[in-house]
Design a protein around this ligand. Structure first.
Ligand code: MBD
Ligand code: FE
Length: 284
């Protein structure tokens, strides 16, 4: 544990960075949602809230607690965190329900576009002596017919061994544990990194306050984030977890699927562990 990093990492700082990232990469279609859809969706959402208020006889004290909490979510910049932890998993489920290829899961708030491009066999950018068990993550990208996808790209980003993401916590190199690996002519890749730690939602912000107030836990299991793409194919956004890891069975973000759990073995060459995982992309 690096104490200075923990002392200086605040909910408001990572929230502000996540809000900034979201604005810069906003999916274009969000700009123009059909008027009928807005009417239907917002009316149904409000009607559901009205039903809950009546059914549970919500008091003014509870209404005011909600109001001040919502204000704090905005002030802490925690809307990306809140939405990605508690809603995104269902959006992802609906978006990808007809996919035949590899499973995906949520993107979360900490993706950054344009990470450094790396060769098919590469080590993610990391500090000298980066803490954590070395991990070789290797595999092949194919289409649903099994044809190799030459030149596919595998973007990987993940937390360090303290559970911190570069660009969202202080004192980390800009691209620490982030890279875009270009697969070889047969779609193969070999990514050397370290195993991340579980991620704890900041306890000092609005989301942490909700978790404490509701008596929940604040943890996501250790995970690798990935985006895999190839020309003419649908991009997969996914995460991979580690068998037997803490909170694999009770992820606060509900983003674990059985197909996404890795079981690394001791490395054949060198130290640490290694695992093979292949990606199957649907045609676009
Ligand atoms: C994360 O690291 C993450 O992946 C998600 C989905 C939400 C919060 C933190
Ligand atoms: Fe994450």
């Amino acid at each position: 544990m690096t104490d200075t990093t923990i002392e200086q990492a605040t909910a408001a700082a990572s929230g502000a960075a996540a809000t900034e990232q979201f604005r810069s990469k906003q999916r274009m279609e969000t700009a123009d949602v059909d008027i009928k859809r807005v009417d239907t969706l917002v009316t149904e959402l409000l009607t559901a809230a009205h039903d809950i208020i009546r059914r549970h006889k919500v008091t003014y004290a509870e209404y005011d607690a909600l109001k001040s909490w919502l204000i704090q979510v905005g002030e802490d910049g925690e809307w990306p965190l809140f939405l990605d932890v508690w809603l995104e998993h269902v959006v992802e489920e609906v978006a990808n329900e007809n996919r035949e290829g590899s499973k995906g899961t949520i993107e979360g708030p900490y993706y950054v576009v344009d990470s450094p491009r790396l060769a098919a066999e590469a080590t993610l950018p990391m500090r000298d002596g980066e803490e954590g068990t070395p991990l070789l993550f290797q595999g092949q990208v194919t289409d649903v017919d099994g044809s190799p996808l030459a030149g596919a790209t595998i973007e990987m980003w993940h937390a360090d061994s303290d559970g911190f993401y570069s660009q969202f916590a202080p004192n980390l190199p800009e691209w620490n544990l982030r890279g875009t690996v270009v697969a070889d002519d047969t779609g193969h890749f070999w990514i050397h990194t370290i195993e991340p730690a579980p991620y704890q939602i900041p306890t000092d912000g609005a989301c942490g306050k909700l978790i404490a107030a509701a008596g929940w836990h604040a943890w996501r299991p250790a995970h690798l984030h990935l985006k895999v793409m190839a020309p003419g194919h649908q991009r997969i956004t996914t995460q991979l977890y580690f068998k037997g890891g803490e909170h694999v069975a009770d992820d606060i973000a509900s983003a674990v699927k059985p197909e996404l759990i890795l079981a690394p073995a001791p490395a054949v060459n060198g130290t640490g562990r290694e695992v093979t995982y292949d990606f199957v992309l649907d045609k676009a």
